[in-house]
Design a protein around this ligand. Structure first.
Ligand code: FES
Length: 142
């Protein structure tokens, strides 16, 4: 699919990753509009079911972006989120999906440029993978 534009969902913690995304905007550092941000209080609140639902509803890639190691405002939410992402990666592999459609990322509030670069790289990676099986089914139905 040559003109494929991936749909990407990014669950971003309010304290660090969301602020980094905001900083990117403030500094006019652009990142692809493919990335739709969902702000959450802490990535520890993002359960495996949220990641699976996003994929089931047609996202081609999903990532969870939290605070740097040791900086989670709720102590270990980012570690909990990492465990959920790793769990979903294994489940995707058993379903025959590419596990790299789901990733965990870490940012500090001041990493606006790094956030934008990561969003760009993730979008490129998912673009290269092509539509997810669920998204393909949705696109065919339309
Ligand atoms: Fe940012 Fe927990 S508050 S990951």
């Amino acid at each position: 699919m040559s003109n494929f534009e991936p749909e990407i969902v990014a669950f971003c913690c309010h304290y660090c990753a969301y602020t980094a995304a905001d900083m990117a905007g403030t500094r006019r550092v652009t990142y692809p509009s493919n990335v739709k941000i969902i702000r959450v209080p802490c990535t520890g609140k993002v359960d495996a079911i949220h990641l699976m639902k996003a994929l089931e509803k047609g996202a081609d890639g999903v990532y969870v972006a939290g605070c740097l190691d040791g900086d989670c405002h709720f102590k270990s939410g980012n570690l909990r989120a990492t465990a959920h992402v790793n769990q979903i990666k294994k489940e995707l592999a058993t379903l025959g999906w590419e596990p790299e459609r789901v990733e965990m990322m870490y940012f500090s509030a001041g990493m606006g440029e790094k956030f934008a670069k990561a969003a760009e790289e993730f979008t490129e990676k998912i673009r290269a993978l092509g539509p997810s099986p669920a998204s393909q089914a949705t696109r065919k139905a339309v």
